[in-house]
Each structure stands twice: as C-alpha cells, then as structure tokens.
Design a binder for this molecule. Structure first.
Ligand code: NAD
Ligand code: DAU
Length: 353
C-alpha cells in the first residue's frame, strides 16, 4: 500500500487515477479532508476498485494519521494535501498556516514514529514524498535564469510562504531524524479535474457561460505550464528513483504570459464551440485589479530531473491545452457538481465585491 494525502483534489486525484490505471499497481489509502477543493465525484470510477480506500480526514489529526499508518503499514506517503489557491491565501491565510505548515508538521511526526517502528529492511524501502511548488522561489525578472533546486527561497504570498515552511520542515526531518524524504517543486499544472477558481478552468468555463474573462493587471505575468499527467509521471519517477533528501524541480519548459494563455483558450473554443453570434470568445476578456504581491514570472529549470532520473514531459502546451479544453467540453456533469454554492460565494466575493 501507499498513502496519498489530498487525493480528492486536482493533482492528487489525477495521480490516484493514473496510478490505479495500472492493473499491477499497489493499493492506495487516500486521506483527504474534502475541503471545498476536494471532489469525490472525480474518484467515482474507482468506486468498485478494492485497491482504493478513501478516508475522510485531516493530515493535522494525529490520532487518525497514527492509526491509519499502523493499520495499513504503507511503504510510502505522498503528501499532496494543502490549501493551494494564492488568492484565497490573501483573503484568509489562517487555513494555509494550519494545513500547509501545522498539518505537514503533524504528518511528518506521525510518519517518523511509524517509520521508527518498522523493521530495518522496511525502513530502508520507505519514502515520504512531499509535493511542493515553484512559488517558494519567489518572482523572476524577464531575463533571469529559471529556478534551479539551489535557488534561494523568497516566497511572496501567504500560500508560498506556507509551502516554503513545509519544505523546510521536510528537509529538517531528513537531516535531523534521517526520515527518508523526497521533495518535488513543480510549476503551474493544468488538465482535467482542475477546480475552476484557477486561471485555465475559470477562463474555459466563463467563456462558455458568456461571462467576463478576468485578467489581473496587464496580463503579462508569466507562468510555466505543465500538463498534470506529466507531473504525476514525474512524481512516480522521483518516488522510485529519487535520491533521499534531494529536491527535484518539475516543469514543462512552457513559459507563457497569462494573456497569451487566455487568447489560446479562446481560439480553441472559437474552433470547437463557436459562439452563436459568430464573434470570438476573446471579446469577453476584461482587465481587472491586480493580485496584491503578484509574482511577475516563474520558470522552472527541470534539467536535474531529466539528467538524473530520465524524466521529460510528454505534452507540449499546444497538445495539453487542447486536451484540457476538450475535457471540459465533454464533462459538464463534473463541472456542474463542483460549481456548488460555496464556489459561487467565492466568485462573488473575489470578483464582484
Ligand atoms: P487542490 O486545492 O486542488 O487540492 C488539495 C486537496 O487537499 C483537496 O482535495 C483538499 O480537500 C485536500 N486537503 C486540504 N487540506 C487538507 C487537510 N488538512 N487534510 C487532508 N486533506 C486536505 O490542490 P492541487 O492543485 O491538487 O495541489 C496539490 C499539491 O500540489 C499542493 O500541495 C500544491 O501546493 C502542490 N502544487 C500545485 C500546483 C498547481 O499548479 N496546482 C503546482 C505545484 C505544486
Ligand atoms: O506555480 C505553481 C502554483 O500554480 C501552485 O503552487 C498553486 O497551487 C497554483 O494555484 C498555481 O498558482 P497561480 O497563482 O500561478 O495560479 P492561478 O491559476 O491562480 O493564476 C495563474 C495566473 O493567472 C496568475 O498570474 C494569476 C492570473 N490570474 C488568475 C486568476 C484566477 C488572472 O489573471 N485572473 C484570474 O482570474
């Protein structure tokens, strides 16, 4: 067995579905608190698969996590669970401190106790993989080199500061206690099951609903986009082949300005689902007030992962974004399910107020 935390969220659920698509794969204990960002409907295809055990719970609950580890005796834990949305961290940072820092601390401590109780051979095989972000490195200027694993941490938002703190805890648990950890720092993901508070799914769905496409500031902020399936493949590779205590940057070599991303989505939709009035979806673009402390540019240098572990992304941005738009067009039920009351509250609070 392996334990996945946050496996009902965007990346975690893609990881669980990809992992269990292999008939020979070990089972997964999926521990998720089911916050607004967790959706069990994403995991519906696994309802009859005995290899998937879902447990609703908090990584910060030490009794629950301790019992879970003792009962299922996993050979690895992959920690996806987090509060992940930068704008929400600006409106209300407390949940980010609670889950991303204190929750990760609790998970590490429970894991350490469990790991210490294992026989030597199982201790040697055990892995704790912490899934983190490129945002911990801060913001790049236009001509700066891409983030390497050695780039100094300079987080600028409550979200990235809380993720940076968790990365430091993971590092310390390796150096102080010998816990066999691995950390991945990934750039912006996109793909199926992405919650529509984030730029790409928000724009696809607002476009289809005739709503404004909100661009913060001048829209020239750069993100480095990676298709979620490529991120999942990278995590599997690091889990199996990564060197203990090391960090690995994961990215798609796909730097794009936000405005370009939005215009690309509009062009694909113009082709696949033309507007009834014949105009382009790009006419719905609106420039809105910028995000406070908005990082200007992220770019990941993923050459260590390619050189040492042989991982490369399979998708280009052109192939991945088309697949993504197509997925949202053919999955209106999933979309309707996640656009619940609490989702509408967020949209009203953030974009209208
Ligand atoms: P998400 O917000 O879509 O999902 C997070 C999941 O964690 C949800 O299912 C939620 O219910 C669960 N969760 C939250 N608090 C919890 C707690 N206390 N205990 C148990 N479960 C809890 O996030 P995501 O986009 O899938 O990101 C997953 C991880 O990857 C995060 O750690 C994030 O920092 C990291 N990451 C995300 C991106 C990206 O572009 N989305 C890029 C790099 C790294
Ligand atoms: O870089 C990795 C990070 O990518 C992850 O660690 C985070 O969990 C994930 O949410 C993502 O953070 P971003 O802030 O980059 O993603 P988001 O989709 O919120 O925004 C992408 C860019 O688009 C960013 O520059 C802000 C901008 N934006 C976003 C929204 C929601 C807009 O211009 N308008 C919007 O309405």
């Amino acid at each position: 067995m392996i334990v996945v935390t946050g496996g009902a969220g965007f990346i975690g659920s893609n990881f669980v579905l990809d992992w269990l698509a292999n008939p020979k794969a070990e089972g997964i204990i999926n521990l998720d608190k089911l916050t607004y960002a967790g959706n069990l409907s994403t995991l519906a295809p696994l309802a009859k698969d005995p290899r998937h055990i879902f447990i609703k719970g908090d990584i910060g609950d030490s009794t629950l996590v301790t019992n879970l580890l003792q009962q299922h005796r996993p050979r690895a834990i992959i920690n996806f669970a987090a509060e992940s949305h930068v704008d929400r961290s600006i409106h209300g940072p407390a949940d980010f401190i609670q889950t991303n820092i204190l929750g990760s601390f609790n998970l590490l401590e429970c894991t350490r106790t469990y790991w210490n109780s294992l026989p030597t051979e199982e201790q040697q095989q055990f892995r704790f993989l912490h899934v983190s972000t490129d945002e911990v490195y801060g913001s790049l200027g236009a001509s700066d080199a891409a983030f390497k694993e050695t780039t100094a941490y300079e987080p600028n938002s409550p979200y990235s500061a809380s993720k940076a703190a968790s990365d430091h805890l993971v590092r310390a648990w390796f150096h102080t206690y010998g816990l066999p950890v691995l950390t991945t720092n990934c750039s912006n993901n996109y793909g199926p099951y992405h919650f529509p508070e984030k730029l790409i799914p928000l724009v696809i769905l607002n476009a289809l609903n005739g709503q404004p496409l909100p661009i913060y500031g001048d829209g020239m902020q750069v993100r480095d986009w990676l298709y979620v399936g490529d991120h999942c493949a990278a995590i599997r590779r690091v889990l199996e082949k990564g060197t203990l205590g090391e960090t690995y940057n994961v990215g798609g070599w796909n730097e794009k300005a936000n405005l370009e991303v939005v215009k690309t989505i509009c062009a694909i939709l113009d082709e696949l689902r033309p507007r009834p009035n014949g105009g382009s979806y790009a006419e719905q673009i609106r420039f809105v007030t910028d995000r406070p402390g908005h990082d200007r540019r992220y770019a990941i240098d993923a050459s260590k992962l390619e050189r040492e572990l042989g991982w490369k992304p399979a998708e280009t941005f052109a192939t991945g974004i088309r697949k993504t738009v197509e997925w949202y067009l053919v999955n209106p039920e999933w979309v309707a399910g996640v656009q619940s009351g609490s989702y509408r509250d967020w949209i009203n609070q953030h974009y209208v107020a």
